[in-house]
Design a protein. Sequence first.
Length: 137
Amino acid sequence: MPPTSRNGGGRMPPSAPGATVVPLSAVGALADMSMVEFCLGMALARRAPQSAGELAAEVSAWFDRPVRPRALNAPLDAMLGRGWVAPGAGTYTLSEAGLAALTPFTHALVRMLDGGRRLLDLAVFMSLIKDFERSGS
């Protein structure tokens, strides 16, 4: 797995001498979520429960490259540890805590696509995505 700031592989930006860097998640401002965790949460928000194999197939389609189910073990374990997903008999379901962690990132994604103009309505945008998925396009 590539290094991230969470597992010590990334470099921290320079801080003022004696400064304490506090992650946003430590003060409840924002969850510390990786892109893979975000995608897994989105997949589970759309359809649950899903197995690791089903999640890998969906994430593979989104990234347009193969993702092995075992590559999702670490992010799924991290999400389980945070209470964001609930395990079933070989499946996963998004929990209320997971939905709460996912929501600000979903809103941010819509705002990024909107260019900050707030012209896109989240409900309309999600409805269009669902219609697009149903059509098979």
